[in-house]
Design a binder for this molecule. Structure first.
Ligand SMILES: *Cc1c(COP(=O)(O)O)cnc(C)c1O
Length: 373
């Protein structure tokens, strides 16, 4: 196996998906699996589909194309507002997209007519994140234009929370999204099939037990992949946090224990972007750097500390016996680190437990196959 690499346990992805889909289905909410943090990796997408997501969602067309090339035929929704320059490709690859600009929607409509298709449009509403979204007071006007345009179909509305501004929505916010859905239906005379309530940051709201109103879908990436609630950073009950592991190879171990005054005329190490290494133990250098992942998003193994990182090197201090040159070290990743690692050209992805057991319920308990006679 090559280094650096990401190892992914697909059984854990299937388990996480099944767990969260089960809890949300019980609340009348279905799940779109978001694959952007794994660069649209087809096997990971399939694990999400095996776990019960009703469709996939991607932010980048190239990733969606990768899914299609691998033979995935389920509905794929583009969750980043399409580039006008890509309208034709968007219609070719994706059944639907999230939109905020009528110019882009008109481009999609023209492309759809040319391809004899109808492209689904979900209008993204601004509800406080201040990233993409139509202001609620402008929604009806745009929704009516979508209804009137041949080539596109108004499929629903959606909102996004805690992406640009890190706050999770409260029940009142979600209630106003439901009200907005009812209003638009009344005004446009069209049933809104999808009311998409947001991303992993909405799970605390969705699972809290109060009424979920018109919200019938969430778009989940981080919760499924990393088993965490992105706002609190805490583990979601019953989900795996360690489906992914980043593995890097040690290329140097040394004992530069004291500040080498003979090398540094200027002892202000902060200017050199490195920490003084007294107390760090042995310095270990790994063949991985900022070009491969977000180093600040790695959890280091116990007993080690981050000394610094450059584009291609990671330097850590280890207080126990240093690993040998040529050996591997393993790290857990946060969302940003995962996203960069899976998209980096020098990082390969290796799959564990690729095939779902024919009957997962029985496969987990080997004794189920034994019959008492
Ligand atoms: C990234 C993204 C999501 C998924 O977010 P997670 O935190 O990974 O669940 C959902 N919707 C939109 C619009 C996004 O950009």
């Amino acid at each position: 196996m090559s280094c650096p690499r990401v190892e992914v346990d697909l059984r854990k992805i299937r388990h996480n998906t099944r767990t969260i889909v089960g809890r949300l289905n019980a609340r009348g909410i279905c799940v779109n699996g978001v694959t952007k943090a794994v660069a649209g990796h087809p096997a990971i997408a399939r694990a999400m589909l095996d776990g019960g997501v009703t469709g996939l969602a991607e932010a980048r067309l190239r990733n969606a194309q990768r899914l299609r090339k691998a033979g995935i035929t389920c509905p794929i929704t583009l969750i980043r507002t399409p580039m006008l320059s890509q309208a034709g490709e968007v219609v070719k690859i994706c059944e639907a997209s999230y939109n905020t600009e009528i110019t882009v929607i008109a481009g999609l409509a023209a492309a759809a007519i040319q391809q004899s298709k109808v492209h689904g449009v979900i209008l993204m509403v601004e509800m406080g994140d201040l990233r993409e979204g139509i202001m609620p007071q402008d929604l009806y006007h745009i929704a009516q234009q979508v209804v009137d345009l041949p080539g596109v179909a108004l499929e629903g509305i959606g909102a996004n929370f805690a992406c640009l501004s890190n706050f999770a929505p409260d029940a009142a916010k979600m209630q106003s999204l439901s009200t907005l859905a009812n209003d638009i239906e009344g005004q446009c005379g069209r049933f809104l099939q999808t009311v998409s309530g947001g991303n992993s940051a909405n799970l605390p709201w969705a699972l809290a037990g109060h009424a979920t109103g018109r919200i019938n879908q969430l778009r989940l990436g981080e919760a499924i992949l990393l088993g965490v609630d992105p706002v609190s950073g805490s583990q979601i009950d019953g989900m795996y946090r360690d489906a992914f592991t980043l593995v890097a190879e040690v290329i140097e171990t040394n004992t530069k224990l004291v500040c080498p005054t003979e090398i540094f005329a200027d002892l202000d190490l902060s200017k050199r972007r490195i920490a003084p290494n007294s107390g760090h133990g042995t310095r270990v250098i790994l063949a991985i750097g900022q070009q491969d992942t977000d180093i600040s998003g790695l959890s280091l193994p116990p007993g080690s500390t981050l000394i610094g990182a450059t584009s291609d090197h990671l330097v850590i201090g280890i207080r126990r016996a240093a690993p040998l040159v040529g050996s591997d070290m393993r790290f857990q990743m946060n969302y940003g680190a995962l996203m960069r690692a899976t998209a980096a050209p020098d990082v390969q992805t290796y799959l564990r437990n690729d095939r779902p057991a024919p009957n997962p319920r029985h496969a987990r308990d080997p004794n189920k196959h034994l019959t008492l006679v």
